[in-house]
Write a protein that binds this ligand. Structure first.
Ligand code: DGL
Length: 274
């Protein structure tokens, strides 16, 4: 047993799609979440900068004494998961392998689409992971740089969102039977994406798939939180304004949560002085 929280990080609110699934599948676990909305989107940024920002988020989570870190961001996973996993002595999960495995299991036509941020698409990581397991699968990737700003500005239900999603995904329609939502922000646009792609296309939510792996690791290392332990203390941190994060998060998670603003530079300097 280990009653410490699980740490989640994302460039903004996208990782909440993983958290919602965690709350459903593993309701006893405590959560510490950091979303870097002040610097989102990460997707169009250079790899070195994404790596640096991701390490800052990881170091912040480490100050909160987490027992496991979930990089609930495909872009950060693509750029930095391997090195972070190698450097830490607690389990570190990314969201890309679980999404790839789920797509392989789901596709019938062996034509899989991936929609993701520009960095995730450039890294080619989904194609590599899927084809490593099944070289016969044809992977078509598409960058959707306009989607994350729509989600961060809480416009997922707007007519602008519908127009952008429709126009962006039009070339993929009819081309694939399975579509990986290769960015944790995209499940917030899921109804529109499903509508554009058609009901027969299976959407893979990488974040949701990741929770199954979290569960396996908690069991394997015997670090589940004690069900008898005192009440839960989830805490959500954002580098931007609390109000907007809270509005999106509470509507997505369907419950009231505690959100605090964090200045990463100050938070990390404070600890280096200790
Ligand atoms: N949620 C992040 C991901 O899964 C979005 C990255 C971004 O900020 O562009 O890739």
């Amino acid at each position: 047993m280990d009653n410490r929280p699980i740490g989640f990080l994302d460039s903004g609110v996208g990782g909440l799609t993983v958290v919602r699934e965690l709350m459903r599948q593993l309701p006893h676990e405590d959560i510490i979440y950091i979303g870097d909305s002040a610097r989102a989107p990460y997707g169009p940024r250079p790899a070195d900068q994404i790596r640096e920002y991701t390490w800052q988020l990881v170091n912040f989570l480490l100050t909160k004494n987490v027992k496991m870190i979930v990089i609930a961001c495909n872009t950060a996973t693509a750029v930095a998961w391997e090195e972070i996993k190698a450097a830490l002595d607690i389990p570190v999960l990314g969201v890309i392998l679980p999404g790839s495995s789920a797509a392989i299991k789901t596709t019938q036509s062996k034509k899989v689409g991936v929609i993701a941020t520009p960095m995730t698409v450039t890294s080619d990581i989904y194609q590599q992971k899927v084809q490593l397991l099944d070289p016969q699968i044809e992977v078509t990737s598409m960058a959707c740089p306009k989607f994350v700003p729509l989600v961060e500005s809480n416009e997922t239900g707007s007519s602008i969102a519908k127009k952008i999603v429709y126009e962006t995904l039009a070339p993929l329609v009819g081309q694939v039977d399975t579509l990986i939502l290769g960015c944790t922000h995209y499940p917030l646009l899921r109804p529109i994406i499903q509508n554009v792609m058609g009901p027969e296309v299976k959407l893979i939510d990488s974040g949701a798939e990741t929770v199954r792996d979290i569960s396996v690791l908690l069991n394997y290392f015997e670090i589940n939180r004690n069900r008898e332990a005192k009440h839960q203390q989830h805490c959500f941190y954002t580098t931007a304004g609390v109000a907007s994060f809270q509005e999106i998060a509470e509507s997505w998670l369907g419950q009231n949560i505690r959100v605090e603003h964090v200045n990463l530079e100050e938070a990390l300097n404070d600890t280096s002085d200790l």
